[in-house]
Each structure stands twice: as C-alpha cells, then as structure tokens.
Design a protein. Sequence first.
Length: 254
Amino acid sequence: MNSYKVSGCIVTHNNMRTIKKTLDTLLQYTKGVDFKLYIVDNLSTDGTPDFIRKNYSGVELILSGENIGFGAGHNKVLQLLDSKYHVIINPDIAVEEDVIAKLAGFMDENSDVGLASPRICFPGGKEQILGKRNPKMKYLAASRLRKGEEPSPLLREYAMLDADMSKPFDIENATGCFMFIRTELFKKLGGFDERYFMYFEDADLTRTVRKTQRAVLFPDATVYHVWGRDSKRDLRLMRVHVKSMFRYFLKWCK
C-alpha cells in the first residue's frame, strides 16, 4: 500500500451541483503534501458517481450501496488509511490556497493538537457563524431563532466571535465540513459514532478527541463553504437534526 502524508475523504449524496468545484480546487491547490483523496458515494441518483469516475481518475471512488449517513460514510475508509493526517471534507467546500499543506505544517509543529479546523467562510468571504463551544440548548435555540444579520450575544458566545483570530486558539467543537485530524487518532477512536446519521457527529468526535488532545482553530488557513442550512427548510432533515441532538445530549450530558 502506498503511504500518503495526508489522506482525505468526501461523502457524497446527490452533490452534482457543488462537487466539481470542490474537487477542482482541492486538486489544483493541494501541492505541498502527498495527498490521497477518497470519495464515498451514498447512493446518489443524480449522476455524481459517473461524473467522478469519468473526470477524476486519481480519486478513489467507493460506492456504499445505500445512504448510510455522514459518519458511517466517512468510516468506510478507516481501514484503508495509511497516512499521517486525515481530512474530512464536505462536497460543498472550495479552497483558494494549499490549506491542507498549511494544516499539516501546523500539526507537525504542535504534537499536542489532535484535531484542527481552518477558518470557514461563505463563498463571498464572509465568516460563517459556526459553533465552537460544546452545543447547549440555549445556543441551539439562539441559532434556530436568529433573525437578521447581527448575531445575538448567545450566538457570539457559541461561535467564539470575540476570540483573537490572528492566532490559533482552542475550541470545543469543530464543524464537520472540514476537519483535519491525526490519522492514528481517528483510527484509534473508531472514526465517527455511527449512531448519528447526520448532525452532531462532528461535535461528538471533537469532544472525544479532547479527552486526550487539543482541538484548535487555525485561522491562517481558510476554506469556503456553501452551507445550505437544509435542516431549517426540510422537515425530514429537521427531524434527523432533532434526533441527533437528543442522542448527543443523552450521551454527553448525564
């Protein structure tokens, strides 16, 4: 088996709208490290697997055969990984620099960091307000009830908006749209908890990592995330979100 310094995985499910830009930018800008990219497709019906197979021969495509969810999809590659670092990537991410090499360099210099997150922005460059503290009901309610552009004091607290973004800082919660983790640690933990179909598995993994190592936001690297907030508009996804929320609190808030 070839040894890669960094491996990456994208889980897809009907992502034709965004996957081309994700793959094109990742493959264009990732030059400073040896990089192996896997895609696990969760039974797309929009042609995503055929498009990837036809246009990206250097990417290893794995067909799950069913929609097994976000965490279980990422866990499909666990036994294949032979890398120093592994990156979990959403199919609606784009980059404009060698983010992966930057994060690898940061982790090389900080052996106590198990998980790192880049700065995450909308495609236009505006910072996304994402939870960086452990989820709490008051934070989730503030996020769900948010109106207008200006975040409430609770949202500011949840997203650590007053943190000094000129240097790395510790966080409690890293978003699953782009997570950079030590491969040995990811495998030791067994990957994501597959009891979450989608949502909160990232908060769960971050919290588990932090039992033994630090989780850090590294603001010198930026990724761009479309972030549709689908669970606010789709009733089925809202039910999935609520189910995962209760599972998370039952596990961690005893």
